[in-house]
Design a protein around this ligand. Sequence first.
Ligand SMILES: [Fe+2]
Ligand SMILES: [Fe+2]
Length: 346
Amino acid sequence: MALSTKISEKDAQQFAEEIRAAGLDAPWLHPGPLIQPKKFQVQSGLWKWDKIEPVVRGMADFIAPGKDAERRIVRIANPGVPELTATHTISIAFQYLLPGEVAPAHRHSPNAMRFMIDGQGAYTTVNGDKCMMHPGDLILTPAGDWHDHGNEGTGPVMWMDILDSPVVRFLEALTMESYPHEKQLAGSQNRRSERLFSAPGLVPAGRAAETHERLLAYRWQHAREALQRLAEVENDPFDDVMLQYVQPTTGASVLPCLAAYLQMLRPGVETRAHRHNSSTVYFVREGSGTTEVNGTTYHWSPGDVIVVAPSAVHKHHNANREPAILFVMQDTPMLKALGFYREEAV
Ligand SMILES: [Fe+2]
Ligand SMILES: [Fe+2]
């Protein structure tokens, strides 16, 4: 503690005690900057699919959804996040359902989206809109919407759950509620969102647009074809070819905190290095390549997950003859809304 020449060490210690006894803290009592950094920082890293997949499938021997646990999931656990989520803002889990199984209906304050990985016959019903899930599809379950999942197929299904739950938990705004029944009835509202927004550039002229109803299912075939067409006309030095999934009536990100993108690294492309203070999670959908993050090179292939921590310098390289396709999740919308977003070339 810094001392004035007129004050004895004992007086200073007594004053420090007085500060604490009053329930106060003085930053000049501690070494370091005025605003102390967090004790833990998000770590960049690579999670390999050949380690993830056996665990995801292995859960079926131990956990039954709706009985032993609400969801049969396993999460990416970042060693720099004490709550063990993928980043400080993004939760990534893998969910697995056997034929005939149901993940019972509930709703909660966190927003979620699901990226389908493997299997046929999976569905998510969102407020009565039953969305079938095929590999590569993106399905939204916005905050407060009832949702249940199920598997009507003959083999197991697997997808990735992406939630902003770490943000909601930090804000102490977490709520969760069970639906009175295991499943919602899916009737006339089946495929409602896809029927509202069935063609690019066309939105309903009436109430559905005024109330900003959302598209809930972004189909892989549409996204993959759109990425291929974009690659013919446009690319970026840092991200090469990148599409953002947006809400059709507003152009806003799919979730208020989190944005989703589909990225192509064309054969032979090496991107320029940059950094931004958003955290990023990449899921490798097709192809293979490398991402260098703060000098560490990660070699990735389908199913791998790469986490890039806030402000980490990163660049990508696809040395192969086939394009590499990455599904990308970022907390950029939240940082932009709060005026914190920064990005720079390195
Ligand atoms: Fe949920
Ligand atoms: Fe980036």
